[in-house]
Design a protein around this ligand. Structure first.
Ligand code: FAD
Length: 247
């Protein structure tokens, strides 16, 4: 069976970089052409494998930044002491190739039939799969009401800021900047805590479906806070990116 793709099993494939767009000083969106991509659902991720000339290889997961009917793209934040993200955000060029495997994950996904109301809560680059969900909602013409709470350290670190600020019917966006706020900032200015959740989240009585994504400690704080507000644990979906986070 060596070299033969087994149906249903994920295999590594060579993808070509089709676009590289700077989102913030430390974040890039990378468009990928993956020849036999089977399609994906909003919220899923893929794995990237980089192999050095000496054979050393490193694998990392990246959320797919695109709705199901959009071309595959990932959005990567550079961690200065990281092994993989500095290469993806600084060195990779259009036309370069890298290995990918996916789509991965069947739990942190949203499709129109899943309904809402939706509560999306992101810390830092945790906004990536939530952006895919927002785009999926828009593309499918869904009118499910959405509240998005997005936490970042500074305004310049908000990913997709212009896109999120564009008016979307039925989508309420709140930001919190935890380290530094520009003059005249009208959003929140502290880390997400129970009081901030109580102000911005749907009341539990509306039976919302929540998606929480970001650094591990952020996700745990928020998910715990939502359950304390009365959210049904099975309707609080979480995706942890690792690290301790600063959002
Ligand atoms: C399901 C899933 C989806 C993901 N999606 C995305 C995505 O869409 N965009 C994105 O930029 N990243 C995403 N990540 C994180 C990504 O997989 C890598 O962990 C990240 O790019 C760091 O890799 P690195 O090799 O540069 O750093 P490493 O060499 O692995 O780590 C360097 C240092 O940073 C710490 N660290 C690792 N990850 C994080 C983090 N997320 N935040 C803070 N500190 C961290 C480590 O503890 C270590 O000290 C996702 C992770 C998972 C599990």
């Amino acid at each position: 069976m060596e070299g033969t793709a087994v149906p249903g099993r994920l295999t590594w494939e060579v993808a070509t970089v089709t676009a590289a767009t700077r989102e913030t000083p430390s974040v890039r969106t990378i468009g990928l052409d993956v020849p036999s991509w089977p399609g994906h659902r909003a919220g899923q991720h893929l794995d990237v494998r980089l192999t050095a000339e000496d054979g050393y290889s490193a694998e990392r997961s990246y959320s797919i930044a695109a709705a199901a009917d959009d071309p595959v793209a990932i959005t990567v934040e550079r961690l200065d002491d990281g092994e993989v993200s500095p290469y993806l955000t600084e060195d990779l060029r259009v036309g370069d190739q890298l290995e990918v495997r996916g789509p991965v994950g069947g739990y942190f996904v949203w499709e129109t039939a899943d309904g809402g109301p939706l509560l999306l809560i992101a810390g830092g680059s945790g906004i990536v799969p939530l952006r895919a969900i927002l785009r999926q909602r828009e593309h499918s013409g869904s009118d499910v009401p959405v509240r998005l709470l997005y936490s970042a350290r500074t305004q310049s670190e908000l990913i997709y800021h212009d896109e999120l600020d564009r008016h979307h019917d039925g989508v309420e966006v709140s930001y919190t900047l935890t380290r530094e706020q520009p003059v005249g900032w009208t959003g929140y200015a502290r880390r997400v805590d129970d009081a901030l959740l109580a102000e911005t989240a749907w009341p539990a009585g509306k039976n919302p479906l929540a998606f929480v994504c970001g650094p591990t400690s952020f996700v745990e704080t928020v998910a715990g806070g939502l359950v304390a507000l009365g959210y049904e644990p099975g309707r609080v979906k979480t995706e942890r990116f690792g690290g301790t986070g600063g959002s």
